[in-house]
Design a protein around this ligand. Sequence first.
Ligand SMILES: Cc1cc2nc3c(=O)[nH]c(=O)nc-3n(C[C@H](O)[C@H](O)[C@H](O)COP(=O)(O)OP(=O)(O)OC[C@H]3O[C@@H](n4cnc5c(N)ncnc54)[C@H](O)[C@@H]3O)c2cc1C
Length: 466
Amino acid sequence: MEYDVIMIGSGPGGYTGAIRCAQLGLKTAIIEKYPSLGGTCLNVGCIPSKALLDSSEHYYNAAHTFAEHGIKLEDLKVDLPQMIARKTNVVDQTTKGIVFLMKKNKIDEIHGVGSFVDPHTIKITKADGSEQTITGKNIIIATGSKPMSFPSMPIDKKRVITSTEALTLQEVPKHLIVIGAGVIGAELGSVYARLGAKVSFVEFADSMIPTMDKTMGKELQKVIKKLGADFYFSHKVTKVENTGDEVVVSVDTPKGEQITLTGDYCLVSVGRRAYTDGLNLEAAGVKADNRGRVEVDDYLRTNVPHIYALGDVIRGAMLAHKAEEEGTFIAETIVGQKPHIHYRLIPGVVYTWPEVAAVGYTEEEVKQEGIPYKVGSFPFKALGRARASMDVDGLVKVLAHKETDEILGVHMIGARAADMIAEAVVAMEFRASAEDVSRMSHAHPTYTEAFKEACLAATDNRAINM
Ligand SMILES: Cc1cc2nc3c(=O)[nH]c(=O)nc-3n(C[C@H](O)[C@H](O)[C@H](O)COP(=O)(O)OP(=O)(O)OC[C@H]3O[C@@H](n4cnc5c(N)ncnc54)[C@H](O)[C@@H]3O)c2cc1C
């Protein structure tokens, strides 16, 4: 065999796993069908969406909060093409960094569509039509996911768009209809709401971010409502039609009535599905489940023992850091180490402002599993630091075991929640109790005090109002 490991796909799971393989002395090749490395996350996902979220927050603050800080601006304008250009520049810099890391770790980078010829052989079809065939002792499928849609919502990439097109719009929509108020819909909807678009969320479930703790969805709705957005929960989209300059979205209400919403753009963000198109899994005998996800065991092995899979193409949360952990896990498994991933402790974040972040059980899950629990929560408006910065929206909610006080879940909405959740992950990895956290010193005044106070509240209702 030419390679110890062939990685198919260069997203966060693929490039992280390839680097760990190389660090462990395995001769590694990475195959990527696009000209740039980094996958969904770097090119059309995590990084560009965060770049636009930040730009839109700066604009919103300049327009709405600077005056109260005593900063006066005149003639404030949104220059969306410049925002998009900055985002593209951030993406380019980041993807170039991955190319550098491949070279540094002596990983062979091959561009083209990889497909199985047999369980050890991969054919790469390049953009110019030429082909190359390579063999590997181990093969890792890291081909990610693609946006989902339904036949009633045909994507035309002009007015009926997915997250990919929403990251490159050249004008701020007048009225953006977002189908699906999950993480991606909430983030991109809030970008354009902050830039001045009227945004309407149509969601089949009864709240925003429906897979997270219900309290978070309600709080997020309150802050997004302040941006002028409106919400159609428990509503079902039956038809989406591009009529030229407009998009008409037909919706069934919970009472069975039919209404139509008319906007200039419609973002379809109803989820993503595993991507294995063109891989020719059959030639290797690799099985996928009925949702198209590659089936893996606890070691991330497919039914063919030397073929592994990771990230969005397998079961579990579609998150970049989950894929990264799995890349490292597989590399270490191949060389006979005993790595560890604690799936329950993979945090989830929504990068709206304020941010939402969570780890562990939701309140709905502990109820469902019959785990005895208690709740402590603390509002941001009671934090000195939050008031000084005018970041008073949000709260921290801690779920702890009723008898042992072990922290079971932490849910935050508020400024810097995305960074603050790391403390909760560490605490839970070491099985800390709410009292353990409440007895650790947290600098004052900081946002992190909200976590300490929520733990105090969960321990014995001792939160101190700051
Ligand atoms: C708008 C948006 C925002 C997001 N924000 C976040 C966030 O903030 N945080 C977070 O954790 N997650 C976020 N995600 C999710 C995150 O992007 C994915 O979970 C992550 O990219 C999955 O990594 P992966 O390595 O499994 O696959 P991917 O990143 O999807 O990479 C797969 C790669 O495989 C390549 N490929 C596919 N088939 C072949 C083939 N046959 N041959 C060669 N190459 C192939 C693809 O071109 C792609 O480059 C976001 C997603 C979107 C869409």
